[in-house]
Write a protein that binds this ligand. Sequence first.
Ligand code: SF4
Length: 244
Amino acid sequence: MVNNFLDDMHRPALPYKFKFKFSGCPNDCVNSIQRSDMATIGTWRDSIQTDDVLGKKWFAKHGMDELVNDVISRCPTKALSLKNTKDVSTAEGISSVAINDTQSMQIENHSCVRCMHCINVMTGALAPGKDKGVTVLMGGKSVLKIGTSLGTVIVPFMKLESDEDFDALNQLAQDTIDFFAENALEHERTGEMIDRIGLVNFLEGIGRDIDATMVLQPRANPYVRTDGWDEEVEKANQRKANAA
Ligand code: SF4
């Protein structure tokens, strides 16, 4: 990416600077979501991996207080729960890690938002899933015209393994930089341009379909417009079928 875009990344070729940042996992230690116009963050889409031997070892050292108060109750989406091992669900998307001979911590992976907290605390007993890829966000930046903004999810998940995958990421960057060069105002960062013209217009400009998993912020208003609903569901199902 740097080799391809080094000339473009600096003023005055563009209306203003364009920063790339890359994080290997959702801990995002380089703050790519806050500090870059295009953030590429490693993530996974299957279940969290578990290791019962290390789970029991962790529990023997840390105990029930830490498991409940520092792990389970701090999951932001309540995806974790304490279970008798015999009661752990066998439904798809549910995994578990043993903490002793009779109890386990159950993980509802469909509710997990990949915040990394439980994995950070119980490293080894828990680990990211095996089906790895990246999430791409755009528009993060520190204060300038409209104050600090976090990146918006533009690509919820894409694989990044083959040469074709890397080409696709470079193409996304190229499309974005071309659109930014044409449409941003002088001294305007990508996030401010998106804020000014609207996310829908930006997505149309870079040739990307709207997807329900592109998150700017969780929706707070229960009332939604549903015109075009059936067509969008059809498109979303088609995308899932293509991905499968
Ligand atoms: S990584 Fe997932 S399961 Fe673990 S605390 Fe975060 S949201 Fe919950």
